[in-house]
Design a binder for this molecule. Sequence first.
Ligand code: BGC
Length: 347
Amino acid sequence: MSITKDFFGKTAAGTAVERFTITNQNNMRVSLITYGASIQRIFVPDKTGTLRDVTVGFDDLEGFENRSDYQGAIAGPYANRISEGAFVIDGTTYPLVKNEDGVKTLHSGGEYTHTVWQGKESGDNAVTFSYTRPDGLNGYPGAIAAEITYTLTEGNELVLSYRCVSDKKTYINPTNHTYFNLGGFDSGDILSHKLTIHASRFTPVNEASIPSGELREVAGTPFDFRQQKPIGQDIEHPCEQLQNTGGYDHNFCIDGWNKQLREAAVAVCEETGISLVVSTDLPGIQFYAGNFLKGIIGKSGLPMNRRCGFCLETQYYPDTPHQPSFPSCLFDAGEEYRSQTVFAFRF
Ligand code: BGC
């Protein structure tokens, strides 16, 4: 195991951004940058031993700053959508930034994503990023002290450990928004990847991608990934849910959620022999098939075309502040939010 550190770039505002690269004995190599506490690349050996970067994103800081659709980044403090541009806690209404269609909030307006975090190595295989937000930024309550530790193991697991504490009662729901392509970032679309999601139910959404509150059975729908199937098999099915979002972009309710780490999803690329197993102690996972990507220039100057990467974002369900029946992610002042997500690679 080893960690190296280099200079990744300077933001437009002049802040230096560092990159940490952790390498294990099996030649897996993960680079993390302080901008957005982001995963910048993950090299995994394919079945011929050739290293493939299985994350779609950017080679340079300018991409993360100006062209990002959350590639590799932490989204938060509340990932995914909050409707109505506001929420209420104990009778107080908090108006939020409305960065989507001028009416709702997506990924907290990019707050965590576009922040330069403090980065620090711990030992020879982990990096911790920390950031304390000011109370009230973008209307969002709580000076939340957040810490995200990425640990690479000799078992080829990248472990993401989150710890947040607020000085005020607030919603806490960060995620990592890496776009994976297990064929390599430059290998085209992800439609032939085979996916399993251990979820019997998902949260259907309206045309604005806001959940109705229903937990719908996947059985008999294109959302049934309980047996592995190619991502592309049913993605063009003309059902209302896939029309609403232009392809998979839904929260799945992980079966048997009990706040312990459990396997949630498995993606397999047969061409390279690389698989990804996602485990989490959170109740939901957003499977987003990269439907909105439309050619922004990414690594090696290549365009990130529609569905060239997929995200498996572990989370509390979207719009939980407006859905009292969803598992709660409202934390008291001083109450610790802790969660873990593991991206385990098999090759
Ligand atoms: C959302 C998508 C969105 C993407 C990038 C995902 O978490 O569900 O609708 O396009 O993030 O912003």
